[in-house]
Write a protein that binds this ligand. Structure first.
Ligand code: CMC
Length: 424
C-alpha cells in the first residue's frame, strides 16, 4: 500500500473545507486522494487523465522529465542490454529477475505452450487476405477467450498464472500466423529448440519449401531487444484499457484483445507504422524542410516524435537508436530512409517549435527502421509491439486481480440537452 504522508490538501467549496489526504509512493509525485470530493456533489474533471493516477502499481516507473524508465526498479537500458526478453517477462510478472533455475523453468513453461488449439487456425480463414494484421490480431487473440473460458476462475491464482504463461507463449505464434495468412503462405508451427525471438522469426520467414531455414543470430538478438524495449510502459492507453476491461472480471484473453485494439491507433502503437509511411511520403532529404513547415502549421504531425510523459528524451529511443546502428552496420545495410530519418531528427531537435514543446524522438521513431531491416513488413510493425507488450498488459491484469480493486467507472461533465418530453 501507498503511505499516508500526514499531509492534506484542502479544497474550499461553497464555503466548506474538504480535507484530501496525500499519499506517497516510493518514487514520483505524491497523489491527492480526491474520493471525498464526491460527497460535496462534485466530480473531478481531467479529460485525457493528464493529472490522474488511476491505480497503485509496483511494476513500472517513469520519470518523463529525466527520461527514466524502470521495470521493478531496473533501468530499461540495463534490461535491454543485459537481460533477455523472457527474463524481463519473468521480472514483470513476478517482481524479480529469475535465478538460473527459475529462468530455465520459465523458458520451459513458455515452450510448453507455444502451440495454439488447432481450431484457432480456422479463425484466420474468416478474414480477407488484405485485412490489416492488427484487425486479425484483435480477432484471433479475442478468440482465445473461447478456448479458455469454461472452468476459468479469475479468483484462482493458478488460473491467473497459467493465463500469463499461455499468452506470452502463444502470442508470437498468432502474430507470425497473421503475417503468413496475409501473404498466403502456410502457417509454420513453433520450434521449441529455438529461443523466443528465433522461434518468432522462424515462424515468420521459414516455409515448408525451405526446410533448412536458419535464423540470422544478429536479427534474433535485435528482435529480442525490440521485444524488451516494448515490454511495458506503465498506465498507457492500452494498459489502462486492459485494466478497465479486466476490472469487470472479463475473460483475460478478451481483455488483451481490447488492449490490442487500443494499441492500434497512430497516437499509440500504430506510430511505428506511421513513421515509415511518413518517410515514404517525404521521399528524399530535400523534401524534409517543406515537410517540417507543414508540421509547424499543424497540417501533419511528425510521427515518432512527442510523448505524453517523456518531456526530455525517451530512454527506449536511445537504446533503440544504438540497436538500429548495430543492426544496419552488421547487415551492411545503407538505408536511404535512415539518412532521411536522421535529417528529420537533426532539424527537429534544433527547431524552436520542437524545443519549446519538448518534442523528442520516441521509441517508434527508430523501431520501424530496424524492423524494416529485419525484413518485417510495415503493416506488421504494430503487431510486433502488441506481441512484446502482451506481457506488460497481463502483468498489470495480474497485479490488479491479486489485490482489492473496483470496477473502473469514470463519470462525466454532461453538456447535452436537459430533460425534455417527446411531443408528437
Ligand atoms: N508533431 C508535431 N507537433 C506535435 C507532435 C508531433 N508528433 N506531438 C505533439 N505536438 C504538439 C501539439 O500540436 C501541441 O502543440 P500546441 O501546444 O501548439 O497545441 C503540443 O505539441 C503538445 O502536444 P499534445 O498533443 O498536447 O501532447 P499529448 O501528450 O496529448 O500527445 C502524443 C502525445 C504521443 C499523442 C503526440 O505527441 C503524438 O501524437 N505524437 C505522434 C505519434 C507518436 O509518435 N506516438 C507514439 C508515442 S510512443 C509509443 C507509445 O508509447 O505508444
Amino acid at each position: 500500500m501507498s503511505e499516508a504522508t500526514g499531509k492534506k490538501a484542502v479544497l474550499e467549496l461553497d464555503g466548506k473545507k474538504i480535507e484530501l489526504p496525500i499519499y506517497s509512493g516510493t518514487l514520483g509525485p505524491d497523489v491527492i486522494d480526491v474520493k471525498d470530493v464526491l460527497a460535496s456533489g462534485h466530480f473531478t474533471f481531467d479529460p485525457g487523465f493528464m493529472a490522474t493516477a488511476s491505480c497503485e502499481s509496483k511494476i513500472t516507473f517513469i520519470d518523463g522529465d529525466k527520461g527514466i524508465l524502470l521495470h521493478r526498479g531496473y533501468p530499461i537500458d540495463q534490461l535491454a542490454t543485459q537481460a533477455s526478453y523472457l527474463e524481463t517477462c519473468y521480472l514483470l510478472l513476478s517482481g524479480e529477475l529469475p535465478t538460473a533455475e527459475q529462468k530455465t523453468d520459465f523458458e520451459n513453461k513458455v515452450r510448453n505452450h507455444t502451440m495454439v488449439h488447432d481450431q484457432v487456425s480456422r479463425f484466420f480463414n474468416g478474414f480477407r487476405r488484405d485485412a490489416h494484421p492488427m484487425a486479425v490480431m484483435c480477432g484471433v487473440v479475442g478468440a482465445l477467450s473461447a478456448f479458455y473460458h469454461n472452468g476459468f476462475d479469475v479468483e484462482n491464482v493458478d488460473h491467473r498464472e497459467i493465463t500469463a504463461v499461455r499468452l506470452v507463449a502463444k502470442i508470437p505464434t498468432l502474430a507470425a500466423w497473421t503475417y503468413k495468412y496475409t501473404i498466403g503462405q502456410p502457417f509454420v508451427y513453433p520450434r521449441n529448440d529455438l529461443s523466443y525471438a528465433e522461434n518468432f522469426l522462424y515462424m515468420m520467414f521459414a516455409t515448408p519449401a525451405d526446410r533448412d531455414y536458419k535464423v540470422n543470430p544478429i536479427l534474433a538478438k535485435a528482435m529480442d531487444r525490440i521485444f524488451t524495449l516494448h515490454a511495458d510502459h506503465e498506465q498507457n492507453a492500452s494498459t489502462s484499457t486492459v485494466r478497465l476491461a479486466g476490472s469487470t472480471g472479463a475473460n483475460p484473453y478478451a481483455c488483451i484483445a481490447a488492449g490490442i485494439a487500443a494499441l492500434w491507433g497512430p497516437a499509440h502503437g500504430g506510430a511505428n507504422e506511421a513513421v515509415l509511411k511518413m518517410l515514404d511520403e517525404i521521399g528524399s532529404v530535400e523534401n524534409v524542410a517543406p515537410f517540417m513547415e507543414k508540421v509547424k502549421t499543424k497540417e501533419v504531425k511528425l510521427m515518432g516524435f512527442g510523448h505524453r510523459v517523456y518531456k526530455n528524451f525517451d530512454p527506449r529511443a536511445k537504446v533503440m537508436k544504438e540497436t538500429c546502428d548495430e543492426v544496419l552496420s552488421a547487415l551492411g545495410i545503407n538505408d536511404p530512409q535512415l539518412e532521411l530519418a536522421m535529417e528529420l531528427e537533426r532539424i527537429a531537435l534544433s527547431d524552436p517549435y520542437f524545443i519549446e514543446r519538448k518534442l523528442y524522438p520516441n521509441v517508434d521513431f527508430y523501431s520501424g527502421i530496424i524492423l524494416k531491416a529485419i525484413g518485417i513488413p510495415t503493416e506488421m510493425f504494430t503487431v510486433i509491439f502488441a506481441l512484446a507488450r502482451t506481457v506488460g498488459w497481463i502483468s498489470h491484469w495480474l497485479e490488479m486481480h491479486s489485490g482489492p480493486y473496483k470496477i473502473g467507472r469514470p463519470r462525466q461533465l454532461y453538456t447535452g440537452s436537459t430533460q425534455r418530453d417527446i411531443k408528437r
